[in-house]
Design a protein around this ligand. Structure first.
Ligand code: ZN
Length: 126
């Protein structure tokens, strides 16, 4: 995978400062590689330190910490990768299935309880 694709996939193409989604093909047009730790502050050119950022956001950031700029932009956390989003969705679906099965089980118990009550009432009548 090319370095640009790797950087893009880290946030699923979302600017790590404002959250705006970009197309991979718009590299150097609407977005660019942004140094999380600025080079001026000793940040390197390794993929670990590079993120997707709108050209405008990158200009605003300058040498400020990403966290500060993100807060200004109203973003509370770093955008997730596609893989992380998928994992969270799968966890939620699995939780929903668990809750559904629990409700089904409780309804069955309730049905059995009512049946038992009816049987007891019929026994009392006879
Ligand atoms: Zn942005």
């Amino acid at each position: 995978m090319s370095e640009i694709k790797l950087i893009y996939s880290k946030t699923d193409g979302c600017c790590h400062l404002c959250g705006k989604k970009h197309r991979l093909s718009d590299y150097a047009i609407t977005w660019q590689r942004e140094h999380h730790i600025p080079r001026a502050n000793g940040g390197g050119d390794h993929v670990r330190n590079l993120f997707v950022a709108c050209i405008k956001c990158n200009l605003i950031k300058g040498t400020l910490p990403s966290k500060v700029v993100r807060k200004w932009m109203g973003l509370n956390q770093v955008p997730l990768s596609r893989k992380a989003k998928l994992r969270i969705r799968q966890e939620q679906e699995s939780n929903n299935t668990g809750i559904f099965l629990l409700i089904l089980f409780l309804l069955m118990l309730f049905g059995m309880y009512q049946q038992k009550l009816q049987e007891q009432q019929q026994n009392k009548l006879t």
